[in-house]
Design a protein around this ligand. Structure first.
Ligand SMILES: *Cc1c(COP(=O)(O)O)cnc(C)c1O
Length: 455
């Protein structure tokens, strides 16, 4: 294991080597090759040479319609959130009906039925013990809330020592500051900021898969054991993406690892946070990744699928034990947090309807079908460039040796009627759950054809 403080010194010169202002590229005059497209600053993109040729004018079900009339199957559910497909008549109706009552009303000092009902529903469907819902507006903020809640849980009990968070290497937990501090410090996209975000501890990511041998599991969990024995009194919480590390590279690990991690956490008075922003709402084959385990986390974060991709929203759900630590005669022990749009009634109305449809139309069965097709199509697919193919629930990924192998795949897929977006060494699909087997096979076929194309 390594901790952030051993790998990265506080020496400002150590930072400079990664700082963009100091990099050599910056010394030449930046040239905008496509000046008309620079008004809107796009995500995760070098704007100097960004060229966007695909313009969406409509979307229905699993299809995105482009300006030229071409339709693409969305293989990645608009960053994993459009679980029910686009332009869903019932979700539209739920949204319109709520808009005609009120689109938004503050949660400070005012209650409203739809936000209360959504919180109630989330408590019903999440693992036992998670009983108190704090809403916010995005996954990153939901994670910030979880971290702040974990720290204050100890502060409120007079413990000022537990100030550190433990995360897994390869983790991705969002883009805001506390989130960046728990993303992989060495290879993650935020590594440039390492050393100026709060110092956290990192454990090696478990890599022996969904059903490891007892031996492999012992070795993996031993890292946590050693860290907690050495530093447990300074650790407030461990945060993990349970079972499936998403944006850090689709690493799949075992429910048993999480069971053991929870036991160790309890032994050392450390809270366990499940960031289920990506894994929640069926993505791993069960409603929540936690449902594969025997345990409940102390805090769980939901976003992405929470509103079926209609509007940004997040829920940070705490156990009663965590919640109770904020109850006091003293106002200073209250949780001082309150995003303007928290509990937004449109988001809650859509979220409630999305869960109703998920249950009524048995989405878990659809997801099981998706999983079996992905396994059939991707597992065992081999090529010199491929390191591994992995499938869990409605997620299928191919890892290659070098990121540049994917150069051009987006255009290749779009020409064949499929929208996918690889990153780093991964090409993957996380389709909407309403996809048909034929549409899904079209996606996996394009992924495989990329490897077998004439070059
Ligand atoms: C996407 C993601 C986030 C961040 O959510 P945003 O809504 O994009 O802020 C956090 N954690 C995980 C695991 C994610 O996949």
């Amino acid at each position: 294991m390594h901790t952030s403080d051993t790998n990265h010194s506080q020496d400002p010169h150590a930072l400079n080597k990664n700082h963009p202002e100091k990099s050599s590229q910056q010394s030449s005059q930046p040239v905008l090759q496509n000046p008309s497209s620079n008004t809107l600053w796009y995500p995760y993109a070098q704007m100097q040479n960004l060229e966007l040729n695909l313009e969406v004018v409509e979307a229905n079900g699993v299809y995105l319609t482009m300006k030229d009339g071409k339709q693409l199957v969305d293989g990645i559910s608009s960053w994993w959130c459009v679980t029910h497909g686009y332009n869903h008549p019932e979700l539209n109706q739920a949204m319109f009906e709520q808009a005609q009552k009120f689109s938004h009303v503050m949660l400070g000092g005012l209650k409203n039925q739809v936000t209360e009902s959504f919180a109630q529903k989330l408590v019903e469907i999440t693992p036992d013990g998670l009983n108190h819902v704090f809403f916010s507006d995005s996954g990153s903020v939901g994670v910030e809330v979880a971290i702040k809640m974990a720290l204050q849980y100890f502060f409120n009990q007079g413990n000022q020592n537990k100030t550190r968070i433990v995360a897994l290497e390869r983790a991705y937990h969002g883009d805001t500051t506390a989130c960046m501090s728990v993303c992989d410090p060495a290879e993650g996209m935020h590594k440039m900021f390492h050393g100026i975000t709060p110092e956290q501890f990192f454990l090696p990511a478990p890599t022996s898969g969904f059903a490891p041998s007892e031996d492999a599991l012992e070795k993996e969990i031993a890292h946590a054991k050693t860290l907690f024995e050495e530093h447990g009194d300074t650790i407030a919480a461990v945060i993990v993406e349970p079972l499936l590390q998403g944006a850090g590279g689709f690493n799949i690990y075992s429910p048993e690892y999480l069971n053991r991690l929870k036991a160790l956490c309890e032994e050392h008075n450390i809270l366990l946070i499940f960031d289920e922003v990506a894994t929640g709402f069926g993505r791993t084959g069960k409603l929540f990744a936690a449902d594969h385990t025997n345990i409940s986390p102390d805090i769980m974060v939901l976003a992405k699928g929470l509103t079926a991709g209609y509007v940004g929203h997040a829920a940070t759900i705490a156990s009663t034990q965590v919640f109770n630590a904020f109850l006091s005669d003293s106002p200073s022990k209250a949780f001082m947090h309150g995003p303007t749009f928290m509990g937004n009634p449109l988001a809650c109305a859509i979220g409630l309807k999305a869960i109703e449809i998920f249950e009524r139309d048995n989405y878990l069965e659809k997801i099981a079908t998706i999983e079996s097709i992905l396994k059939e199509e991707l597992l065992g697919f081999e090529h010199d460039e491929i390191v591994e193919t992995r499938v869990l629930g409605a997620t299928g990924a191919i890892e290659v040796k070098e990121a540049r192998f994917h150069h051009g795949i987006q255009e290749f897929a779009a020409e064949r009627g499929v929208w996918i977006r690889p990153f780093e060494r991964y090409i993957y699909t996380m389709p909407p759950y309403v996809i048909t087997p034929e549409e899904l096979r079209k996606i996996t076929q394009v992924m495989k054809d990329w490897f077998q194309r004439e070059r």
